[in-house]
Design a protein around this ligand. Structure first.
Ligand code: ARG
Length: 462
């Protein structure tokens, strides 16, 4: 693999090549070759600008342009020989360009440095990932909305502390994730808008004495404008950190739903059945169907959090401008991006395929005295009781039901009257789970009417 070209880029200053260990710690080509397409796009934009500004002749620029296309097709075709001695993707591409077109290749690096080059390549790469994340999130949102629509009025227990709290609708629960993912989506959009300034032309750190046109390269690469401070342009990795932060928050949401799926698919809950396509069996226990995809999402998310922390640690002690520490940015971001995309796709598959078990959900919705709050609210409304007193009366009725091993609607009117004599038979209307959810009509509440409004709003927005 390694070609003997170790001094090609800065050999003038050096009498000897690097130690093998130096090469091993220094080389990033093993992973930054993933930015080959971005690197070549950046070089093409730079070369075209150098020609336009008269810094390069048109014929040199044309040779460079064609040569870069050849190099790109070699990389895409898998015939390119990457060299660790050439350290990174930038020098690998340039060295090969020299082999392909000769002398003009040496003019490509005029008015730029690897510092602005790597910042540009990496930004372009992260920007693509942001776009992919936005796509993935939108697809997952659609899957949740479809689930919500199918069961907008199905009842299930709502939990706090994972203890039965109040009945909610399946649609409402699904739409809660839509809200989270909607925020995730805009976080990525925000990050994209903020990051979209071109570092190219910042050169090593101070700018350049050549009459370059940074506006032109910025435009060619789809940036909104050139970054305004050359020191900042080469030293900034905020864009990667924002990507990791947005990824972490999104991943956290995925992990929470993954956890719910693990719980819900258990024999004890039976709230959902996951499809065979997103489950695995056991080699010994024939009855098993395991929610592995959900568990792996829950676990992989840790790598994304780790990447976020790792890059913050890399950056926090660095004086301006570029330091080689910053080469350690890429693997973290690559790994986080790969795992985020995988997690989004796997979650979309699971959500699309899963079957909500309406009967189990409904049975569970009514257990655990889930309508106790409805009873207390009834006492307030019908008997004008202060809520604190109503809470107390209801608590006594719950204790009575619990001691008898029955649910609240199973108590008789006489039972109720023995706790508070003014209670009437009307109270039983509010103890049913369907009435309970239908009554929660406050904006954002769990009533099917409200849930359907939100579904409609999201379908419109998508
Ligand atoms: N491979 C380097 C990186 O990923 C490219 C920039 C090198 N710049 C330098 N001054 N040594 O950061």
């Amino acid at each position: 693999m390694t070609k003997d070209t170790s001094n090609q880029m800065w050999g003038g200053r050096f009498a000897a090549g690097p130690d093998a260990i130096m090469e091993a710690i220094n080389a990033s080509i093993g992973y930054d070759q993933r930015m080959a397409a971005q690197d070549i796009a950046g070089s093409r934009a730079h070369a075209a600008m150098l020609a336009k500004t008269g810094i390069l002749t048109d014929s040199d620029a044309e040779a460079i342009r064609e040569g870069l296309l050849t190099v790109l097709s070699e990389i895409e075709g898998g015939t390119f020989e990457f060299s660790a001695a050439l350290e990174d993707i930038h020098m690998n591409v340039e060295a090969r360009l020299k082999e392909v077109i000769g002398e003009p290749a040496g003019r490509l690096h005029t008015g730029r440095s690897r510092n602005d080059q790597v910042a540009t390549d990496f930004k372009l790469w992260v920007r693509d990932q942001i776009d992919a994340a936005i796509q993935g999130i939108a697809a997952l949102i659609r899957a949740f909305v479809a689930q919500a629509e199918a069961g907008a009025d199905w009842v299930m227990p709502g939990f706090t502390h994972l203890q039965t709290a109040q009945p909610v609708t399946w649609g409402h629960h699904m739409m809660a994730y839509v809200e989270m993912l909607g925020r995730d989506l805009t976080r990525f959009q925000d990050a994209r808008a903020r990051m979209n300034e071109s570092p190219l032309g910042a050169a090593a750190l101070a700018g350049t004495s050549f009459g370059i046109d940074r506006q032109m390269t910025a435009e060619a690469l789809g940036f909104d404008r050139p970054a305004a401070n050359s020191l900042d342009a080469v030293a900034d990795r905020d864009f990667a950190l924002e990507f990791l932060a947005a990824s972490s928050i999104c991943a956290m949401h995925l992990s929470r739903f993954a956890e719910e799926l693990v719980i819900w698919s258990s024999a004890q809950f039976r709230f959902v059945t996951l499809s065979d396509r997103f489950s695995t069996g056991s080699s010994i226990m024939p009855q098993k169907k395991n929610p592995d995809a959900a568990e792996l999402i829950r676990a992989k998310i840790g790598r994304i959090f780790g990447a976020n922390t790792a890059l913050l640690m890399v950056m926090k002690g660095l004086p301006l401008a570029y330091s080689k520490d910053m080469q350690e940015d890429k693997e973290q971001v690559f790994d986080a991006a790969d795992n985020l995309m995988l997690a989004l796709a796997a979650m979309e598959g699971m959500v699309k395929d899963m079957t909500a078990n309406r009967e189990s959900l409904e049975a569970a919705a009514g257990s655990g005295f889930s309508t106790a709050t409805d009873l207390a609210d009834w006492l307030v409304r019908a008997l004008n009781m202060p809520f604190r007193d109503a809470h107390h009366v209801t608590g006594s009725l719950v204790a009575m039901a619990e001691s008898r091993g029955c649910d609240l609607p199973d108590l008789t009117l006489d039972d109720m009257k023995s706790v508070h004599e003014a209670i009437t038979a009307d109270v039983f209307d509010v103890l049913g789970v369907h009435n309970s959810v239908a009554s929660r009509l406050s904006y954002g509440g769990t009533a099917p009417t409200r849930v359907r409004e939100q579904i409609a709003r999201w379908k419109e927005a998508l």
